[in-house]
Design a protein around this ligand. Sequence first.
Ligand code: SF4
Ligand code: MG
Length: 323
Amino acid sequence: DSVSKTFKVGSRFRAGGIQHLHALQDVSIEVYPGEIVGLVGESGCGKSTLGRCLLRLYDVNDGRITFKDRDITGLSQRELRPLRADMQMVFQDPYSSLNPRRRVGDLIAEPLRVHGKYSAGDIQTRLRELMDLVNLSPDFLTRFPHEFSGGQRQRIGIARAIALSPSLIVADEPVSALDVSVQAQIVNLFMDLQEKLGLTYVFIAHDLSVVRQIATRTAVMYLGGIVELGETDRVLHRPAHPYTAALISAVPEPDPHGNIKARTILRGEPPSPTNPPSGCRFHTRCPVAQDRCSAEIPRLRSLGDNRSVACHFPLDGSVAAHA
Ligand code: SF4
Ligand code: MG
């Protein structure tokens, strides 16, 4: 609606040296109002951690998180409460985030009740609006989560997340647990809601085809850092970072003649983020690594086409997609 369109969302984020499993290192990302930023990378690369840090669900050791031009890095959970309505999370497995003993109507109404500004009548009206927005029958409100398919449960999770009209949603692999046919429906729902409600998303996925469909910009993460960031088309069609290129060519894709393109398999498993390689963290798996790569950390720098890359020897972008 028109109110949420007037919201200005801006998240500036920088964090370094979080000492737990999915450590982030000097990550900096800005999310603009109304855009969809895709976060991709192998599991353990820190995508979920970054998403949770943005919403202050995790604390950062150092760095700064701003939301709508306000520095929220140091706010206590109590101070954050009024902002919670405006920044929400959608989880990968809606079932585990929905209490099985509560009816769907209760589950979706919970944020409205906690917020305290809705009368019982308002809540009923809002529940019907929300069911309509996520294309579920209002009859479902009196049923329990186990009565629904994975896709329907994700619609319930989304209804709950948008109940208080947030401006920013971090969606952590919201379609990864769903069948491919259902994935497309849920991705379409996200896009539909983004348009109707003027939402801003950080959309986390390990599947490039999902990001390709939905994200305006894409950040590729490797071992706790962003290695490439830019407009999705450019990043995925003309990757500058060897890791992005490897990710892309690891997706089997038929060419126009119906042949499956050769795949570049990434060598080995990603190293542990708690004990990362020196210099460029990708050097142990990079097909074009040189001596400098293990000695010197490549910083994220602009390539001048609205794209940044953290690599000493970026690809020119013409060969990579067919590597
Ligand atoms: Fe490969 Fe070196 Fe670039 Fe790292 S800095 S991605 S090792 S070429
Ligand atoms: Mg994750």
